[in-house]
Design a binder for this molecule. Structure first.
Ligand code: SF4
Length: 321
């Protein structure tokens, strides 16, 4: 039987924008505008969408690097949105994040061993001898060696740095890892190595992932279910196979039509999206995708479509269904 690890309800992040000569708050950027999702223990949920759709902000709120404006983050029975700073620091033992640019997240003045051991020190876990042993074990786990513990970040390639970032995230035995574009800065050949490593570690340690990426092929490789975000909202979510074989939302269809297919006999019609993503400070009325949608109807301009189950486990926010 599956067990729920995370349930996010109506999560919102509205950033105030100061306008005018005296800096009065006049509007809000609706970076995330009512996202609800669940992740089961041991599952990988992929989150995709164009740049600026709110997927990274969602990930940062779930790990409480950002405070939500509204909504609930139920993690293993607790609502993370209600925790104070001290409680958040404590909860981070179970919620770790992997970033796109591992170099920026590594302190150039700390050795790799110190970097990986740092979360153990912060959370007061283990004595020095055990910490050193743990660092060496983690380096082996991510395909490096204990020899690397005394080296500095600049001595490593991009792929190796991401392995170090993963080892650091694993140090405190987290239950959930939010990986925000973890392979986007890497060469394609290195990308699959890091993705395979993440899958192996998931099996070994029973990890649960929220995997955020703009790259549909990468998300397909690693995810069990995939959610598609557009302008701060989740517009479609389903099991990976269902979503990639039978996307329902016109936005998902357009994204899928741009993914290359290896088989040259399979012909796919490319749907080119018109225009740019509208500003999240002034989103269109009704369905926010309507100015770019090739199936737009009158109702779409005025009524917000709700995320509804259109077939078992397949949810779509579109008036066509
Ligand atoms: Fe297109 Fe209307 Fe569906 Fe929005 S609700 S995606 S505008 S058809």
């Amino acid at each position: 039987m599956t067990e729920l690890l995370l349930e996010v309800k109506n999560l919102k992040k509205h950033f105030p924008v100061n306008k005018g000569l005296f800096g009065q708050k006049k509007s809000f950027v609706r970076a995330v505008d009512g996202v609800s999702l669940t992740i089961e223990k041991g599952e990988t949920l992929g989150l995709v969408g164009e740049s600026g759709c709110g997927k990274s902000t969602t990930g940062r709120m779930i790990t409480r690097l950002l405070a939500p404006t509204e909504g609930e983050i139920l993690f293993d029975g607790r609502d993370l949105s209600k925790l104070n700073d001290k409680q958040i620091r404590e909860a981070r033992k179970e919620l770790q994040m992997i970033f796109q640019d591992p170099y920026a997240s590594l302190n150039p003045r700390m050795t790799i061993g110190e970097t990986i051991a740092e979360p153990l020190i912060v959370h007061n876990m283990m004595n020095k001898k055990d910490r050193i042993k743990k660092v060496h074990e983690l380096l082996e786990c991510v395909g490096l060696t204990s020899y690397h513990a005394n080296r500095y970040p600049h001595e490593f390639s991009g792929g190796q740095r991401q392995r170090i970032g993963i080892a650091r995230a694993l140090a405190v035995n987290p239950k959930l890892i939010v990986a925000d574009e973890p392979v986007s800065a890497l060469d394609v050949s290195i990308q699959s190595q890091v993705l395979n490593l993440m899958q192996d570690l998931q099996e070994e340690f029973g990890l649960t992932y929220l995997f955020i990426s703009h790259d549909l092929s990468v998300v397909e490789h690693i995810s069990d279910r995939v959610g598609v975000m557009y302008l701060g909202k989740l517009v479609e979510i389903a099991r990976k196979e269902t979503l990639y074989e039978n996307p329902k939302h016109p936005y998902t269809k357009a994204l899928m039509s741009a993914v290359p297919i290896a088989n040259p006999r399979v012909k796919k019609e490319r749907i080119v999206l018109q225009g740019d993503i509208p500003s999240p400070s002034n989103p269109p009325t009704g369905c926010t995708f309507h100015p770019r949608c090739n199936a737009c109807m009158e109702i779409c301009k005025t009524e917000v479509p709700l995320l509804k189950e259109t077939s078992p486990g397949h949810f779509s926010a579109c008036h066509l269904y």
